[in-house]
Design a binder for this molecule. Structure first.
Ligand code: HEM
Length: 167
């Protein structure tokens, strides 16, 4: 039957979301993070998958892309604690040099004891689920067994603390 084709999910999502960019993205452009949140929220409505799960999955996907596209950040790094400790002080610093208007979070890292790494996420964009997906895929990438405990920092809006325990 002509004219009654069901649009594919990607088209359906883009058609049902109002986006200032028109939903056309390129690697050299800069887009409001609110567009991602809007897309994920509509995808959640379409699929019934919670927004938090979709953001985590997207974080995992992004990490795999980073490994593939920016291998130099991983050269000589042998563990997730080592890599995660460099995200704020090195990786995102380099990102900022390339993309002056990138919207980056901040991470403060501590190592209270061997096998215990603490990473506190702060951002006005409030995307701790995305951060968790990135962290989880980082751990998987290095083939490690690490438990993650996540908690909101009381009294500091937008701050989320990740405690990582090597098992
Ligand atoms: C596990 C490691 C990483 C974590 C946990 C992490 C976390 C995040 C999060 C949560 C954001 C979203 C913005 C926000 O929350 O304020 C972000 C932004 C960003 N990250 Fe990372 N990141 C990691 C590694 C990397 C790597 C390896 C790269 C590149 C090679 C990278 C490049 C970027 C870029 C380009 C943005 C900004 C997008 C924009 O506003 O233009 N990140 N990061």
């Amino acid at each position: 039957m002509m004219g009654f084709e069901t649009p594919r999910p990607r088209e359906r999502l883009l058609e049902s979301t109002v986006l200032p960019s028109g939903g056309v993205y390129t690697s050299v452009g800069t887009y409001d993070a609110a567009e991602m949140v809007e897309l994920v929220s509509n995808l959640s409505t379409m699929t019934g998958v919670p927004v938090a799960d979709l953001l985590q999955d997207f974080g995992r996907h992004l990490f795999r892309q980073f490994v593939e596209k920016f291998p130099h950040f991983f050269a000589g790094i042998t563990s997730s604690f080592e890599f995660l400790g460099l995200v704020d002080s090195y990786v995102h610093v380099e990102v900022r040099k390339l993309y002056a208007d990138a919207e980056l979070p901040s991470f403060t890292c501590e190592r209270p004891a061997p096998g215990h790494f603490v990473m506190t996420y702060r951002s006005t964009r409030n995307l701790p689920d995305l951060a968790e997906g990135l962290i989880r895929e980082c751990i998987r990438h290095f083939g490690e067994q690490i438990d993650i405990r996540r908690e909101v920092v009381v009294g500091e809006s937008g701050a989320v603390r990740f405690d990582l325990f090597a098992t």
